[in-house]
Design a binder for this molecule. Sequence first.
Ligand code: 7PJ
Length: 311
Amino acid sequence: MPGTRARIASPGTTLSGMNDSRAPAASLSRVLLCGHYRFPLDRPLVMGVLNVTPDSFSDGGRFLDPGAALAHAQQMIADGADLIDVGGESTRPGAPSTPGAVELERVVPLIEKLASFGVPISADTRKPAVMRAAIAAGASMVNDVQAARAPGALESIAGAAQPVALCLMHMRGEPATMQQAPAYDDVVAEVKAFLAERARACEAAGVARERIVVDPGFGFGKTVAHNLALLRALPELVALGYPVLAGLSRKATIGALIGQERGRGIGDRLAGSVAAALAAVARGAAIVRVHDVRETVDALKVWRAVQDSPQ
Ligand code: 7PJ
């Protein structure tokens, strides 16, 4: 089986390796342009999470030290991460917002160093000033849990000197209050309509279609039932024609499904998280955002071997 990163193509590489028998309709984007990287989307990609915050729900405080953050990124890349997502603001439920200056200080020097590690670096931020600084520091992607709705966000991305990819995530409300009784008439239809509208707005602003990723935002203003409905209906989001990113790793829904009440901690969500990642790629997710890269990459290799085996 080809190595994970062997498929990261450089500028100008063609879509060799596409499996025609499984090629989707022409309207679906089968390539993701990410800074100067080009991913043929013929296999699911793994995005490793690197939180440089004191308070993120699962790894808060662990990677505030720059040396520890770089070492962790290096390990995730060695384990097969295709992208690294760097976040300097916790968006866990109940989290207060982080001042822009603090976020900048946390992520920009780190992105400058990570930009030469050989995989695209994504900046997980909602703030236009942080987006601009991250792109200038070498980020290849902006991952915005607010789907570029902040005033100036879209302009910062579409107008960047270096074209970047953009992940548009659905979130109902604000992190501080989003888990207080979230309600939808039809969660799948509402999330789908929101993502379609945001993607159209981004294209209208000048972001190329091949640079747009959409994400239902598991856990962002959603109950366990909402998350399960979205996961089950992921093919409906895939049908929008943009690569879908799924982030379920270590989230509260995993805890709820495995029986968190038995006193099990967040570190105990590994197997459940891997199962959720597999469920997502089986329904067409192009990228899974995970904390446990090595285990997820292993699971995906097994899944792909089954998918690709002759009938
Ligand atoms: C997500 C994210 C997600 C995208 C977080 C955590 C919680 N970005 N940022 N999708 N979750 N695109 O670290 O798991 O699901 S923050």
